[in-house]
Design a protein around this ligand. Structure first.
Ligand SMILES: Nc1ncnc2c1ncn2[C@@H]1O[C@H](COP(=O)(O)OP(=O)(O)OP(=O)(O)O)[C@@H](O)[C@H]1O
Length: 264
């Protein structure tokens, strides 16, 4: 599925730490419904790109634009806490869950951004707030079912295997009805069976939730299997963007990765 309508554009993105250009005049864009992988050797600048897109870093130069239903929005004008309102959600490599809460309550944390009734109504548990909570609980259950972990809904998140924890984080992100999901190393820590399942899950998320997916992943098998297109960077600079086959055969990409092996 590729609707050929831009969802995210990155134009001349540069992010500097002291004297170091972590991202250096980077340009790429992705279309609605696309699964795009951002790859590059260690220290290439991938995480910095994610942190700029999600506005965790705001001191960048260049433009990052989300093309939502209401037209293009320059994300630099959007506070980090409001980025989710523009349909962008992110999962973290270091899972950001509350171990002492049940799985479903962890997922419901992702819904607070969408609540229409105010916080006071929720504290006072007014009828309207209770109805809204019930509606979101139902939605959370549906998402847990989609991910195949609904029977665990009342179990504590703490102590669950890594594969389950990752699914809880994905469930929480899906509560926000994302237009663009940003996945930070989704396969890290998963065994082979879980990684195979992740391939299919990412497709199902794209197709059933009508979202685009941008991912950083060191597991090249996963990247090459699932991505429609791959963007390769090194030393913060654009190297190449194309289909997985184009990228595998691109001399500049091969050289960047060989350089990394030489250092190892
Ligand atoms: N907060 C920071 N302060 C200073 N330097 C940073 C900061 N974050 C990243 N860098 C530097 O910017 C460069 C790009 O780092 P970044 O983490 O974006 O790369 P990456 O491609 O995500 O790497 P990896 O694959 O190893 O996670 C590196 O040289 C890194 O040391």
């Amino acid at each position: 599925m590729n609707e050929n309508k831009a969802i995210l554009s990155i134009d001349s993105l540069t992010m500097t730490f002291g004297g170091l250009k972590a991202v250096d005049d980077l340009n790429f864009s992705m279309n609605s419904g696309e699964i795009v992988g951002l790859i590059g050797p260690n220290g290439a600048g991938k995480t910095t790109v994610f942190n700029c897109v999600t506005q965790f870093y705001k001191e960048y130069s260049g433009n990052i634009t989300i093309h939502g239903d209401d037209g293009p929005v320059d994300l630099q004008t959007v506070p980090v806490t409001k980025v989710i309102k523009h349909g962008i959600v992110r999962t973290f490599q270091n899972l950001d869950l509350v171990p002492d809460l049940s799985i479903i309550d962890n997922v419901l944390i992702g819904a607070h951004v969408s609540f229409k009734t105010g916080i006071i109504s929720h504290i006072l548990k007014t009828g309207k707030a209770r109805a809204e909570e019930a509606e979101y609980r139902q939605k959370a259950l549906g998402i847990l079912e989609f991910l195949g972990i609904h029977t665990l809904r009342d179990a504590l998140a703490g102590g669950q295997p890594y594969g389950i924890l990752k699914k809880i984080e994905i469930a929480r992100a899906l509560m926000a009805d994302p237009k663009l999901m940003i996945l930070d190393e989704p396969a890290a820590g998963l065994n082979d069976r879980e990684t195979d399942e992740l391939d299919r899950l990412i497709y199902r998320i794209r197709d059933e939730f009508h979202t685009s997916i941008l991912l950083i992943e060191h597991d090249m098998g996963l990247v090459m299997n699932i991505c429609d297109r791959v963007c390769a960077i090194n030393f913060g600079k654009f190297l190449a963007m194309g289909t997985p086959d184009d990228i595998k055969n691109d001399p500049s990409v091969q050289e960047a990765y060989l350089g990394q092996e030489d250092q190892a």
